[in-house]
Design a protein around this ligand. Structure first.
Ligand SMILES: Nc1ncnc2c1ncn2[C@@H]1O[C@H](COP(=O)(O)OP(=O)(O)OP(=O)(O)O)[C@@H](O)[C@H]1O
Ligand SMILES: [Mg+2]
Length: 230
């Protein structure tokens, strides 16, 4: 009698992409899959992945581990352009390629979700401290994990910068400032996508952030038409 064998477990990358919070549509697609990308964009992202080891400084690195040319340490990318020009697709392709080539942890988060997670984290923590509520503790610890990854992952995509809610207190700008400066200082590149031109970042955030941005990120304009209409 023939027995039906359970399929042998295969190594599947889906857990990696899920844990990295990569949008399902983009799972497993690397820079080699950017078939319709503008040649300049393709060149910029290929250069980025080729120079990854000069950009990222692993935790616990010593002096002799630093590259001779330190100009790229902590330097990420800023992909800006109109809707549908492929910013998210391109940013995620870089994450996928770095993960596959170097095995480094990668992470994707819409910036608005990060700002909201900070607010929720504070609220759940305050509730837990005031009441000892277990659910509040669980929520606060889960958010803590997410926030830690954004701070410490070797490379993070902050998607859709500028679409987050802005308040008069300037909370989003302060959050962005602390995050991008902290990551850059620690040799952790950040990839940003935005509809805003770098020239407008002083209005969206502030003038010092606009100036720092050009040091923390290589600017890549995403020209062309909306791929969604093509
Ligand atoms: N290089 C490419 N070749 C073919 N299709 C692409 C390419 N880049 C993106 N697309 C497709 O175009 C659509 C829009 O891409 P994507 O979401 O990356 O754009 P976006 O610039 O991030 O848009 P938004 O500003 O709305 O966030 C998607 O369906 C995507 O699969
Ligand atoms: Mg997008």
């Amino acid at each position: 009698m023939q027995t039906i064998q359970a399929p042998a477990p295969t190594r599947d990358e889906s857990l990696i992409w899920r844990t990295a919070r990569i949008p399902v549509k983009h799972w497993g697609k690397g820079v080699e899959d950017l078939d319709r990308a503008h040649p300049n964009v393709r060149q910029s992202v290929v250069d980025f992945v080729e120079t990854w080891l000069q950009r990222h400084i692993p935790h616990g690195a010593v002096m002799s581990d630093l590259p001779e040319d330190r100009s790229r340490i902590g330097q990420g990318l800023l992909l800006f352009g109109n809707p549908g020009t492929g910013k998210t697709t391109t940013a995620v392709a870089v994450l996928t390629t770095i993960r596959r080539r170097h095995g480094h942890m990668v992470f994707f988060v819409p910036f608005a979700d990060y700002v909201q997670a900070l607010i929720d984290h504070r609220n759940w923590r305050d509730l837990y401290q005031a009441t000892g509520d277990e659910l509040a503790r669980e929520r606060f610890l889960a958010l803590q994990k997410l926030l830690d990854k954004v701070l410490t992952a070797p490379v993070v995509v902050l998607d859709d910068m500028g679409k987050e809610h802005h308040t008069s207190s300037g909370f989003a700008a302060d959050v962005f400032d602390a995050l991008i400066r902290g990551r850059h200082r620690n040799g952790l590149p950040t990839i940003l996508t935005s509809n805003n031109k770098p020239g407008d970042w002083d209005k969206v955030y502030n003038a010092s952030m606009q100036s720092f941005l050009t040091e923390a990120c290589e600017v890549v304009p995403m020209a062309g038409t909306d791929h969604r209409r093509a």
